[in-house]
Design a protein around this ligand. Structure first.
Ligand code: PAF
Length: 276
């Protein structure tokens, strides 16, 4: 496995590759990321993983400075997982001049996580498009835990006619149900015990919907109130169409319930897709 830090060296190394699968990450890798690498390995002879904590997608009061950076361990894990190239550009390599040209994603980027994190998905879409231009993969793989991100990036690829197939990896969970996330390391011991409740609360929403309830507004409010009473600060609990991410039409059958809430300083997100 090669670790490459510059765009020029990356382009030289990739010039001879014909089938590239790409997994963009911000590092601090866990089993969820490694599963994406496994999917990549099945799709192409050359697997590129990028590790770049992208300042453009963090708000002013967010955790850019404290975001966990564990490059050495990440490389050990990626080598074992069978990655061929780890691309680790610096901020000045990615943004040598102020980034004035930005990718404005579809309006759904302003809902859900985008409502609490204005500009977040613009930053994600911009860096992913830049990375796509550098790596020029045929396939790119993202995790379903970031369901809205996956949706927005699929939409970007379609809107901009990028010749890249976007694949999705299932959310990988701890044994108590907590979705794996680099941000879980922020949780204090008592918060870690509480954290799987977000997933359990989403499961209850799914059960209610499968049991015939269609008053999604009421279910969402009840779930948010339940979590709030237990000390969570809830950004949203929302039932959406899994295909448009809009509010479900009355006869919609393919749904997803998404949630984002904070425990102390840690913002957790999760979602469950389900069919009626
Ligand atoms: O999901 C992430 O880790 C990031 O948002 C991504 C896609 C690597 C862009 O910085």
């Amino acid at each position: 496995m090669e670790v490459i830090g510059t765009i020029e060296a990356l382009r030289q190394r990739l010039a001879r590759e014909r089938a590239i699968a790409f997994v963009p990450t911000m590092g601090n890798l866990h089993a969820g990321h490694l599963q994406l690498v496994e999917i990549a390995r099945q799709r192409a002879s050359c697997v590129v993983v990028s590790i770049f904590v992208n300042p453009l997608q963090f708000g002013a009061n967010e955790d850019l400075a404290s975001y966990p950076r564990t490059l050495e361990q990440d490389c050990v894990n990626l080598e074992a997982a069978g990655a061929d190239i780890v691309f680790t550009p610096s901020v000045s390599e990615m943004y040598p001049v102020p980034q004035h040209v930005l990718v404005e994603p579809s309006p759904i980027a302003n809902a859900l996580c985008g409502a609490a994190r204005p500009g977040h998905f613009r930053g994600v879409a911009t860096v992913v498009l830049k990375l796509f231009n550098m790596v020029q993969p045929q396939v790119a793989i993202f995790g379903k835990k970031d369901f809205q991100q996956l949706f927005i990036l699929r939409d970007m690829v379609q809107q901009l006619n990028l010749p890249i197939a976007i694949l999705a990896g299932e959310t990988v969970r701890e044994t108590d149900g907590l979705a794996m996330s680099s941000r879980n390391s922020y949780l204090k011991p008592a918060e870690r015990m509480e954290a799987p409740r977000l997933y359990r609360a989403l499961l209850q929403v799914v059960q209610a919907a499968k049991g015939g309830r269609r008053d999604f507004d009421a279910i969402e409010a009840q779930t948010a109130q339940y979590l709030t009473q237990l000390g969570w600060i809830v950004d949203y609990i929302s039932v959406r169409s899994a295909t448009t991410l809009l509010r479900p039409a009355p006869d919609e059958q393919s749904l997803v319930v998404l949630g984002a809430a904070r425990l102390g300083k840690t913002r957790l997100i999760d979602n469950i897709e389900f069919a009626l």
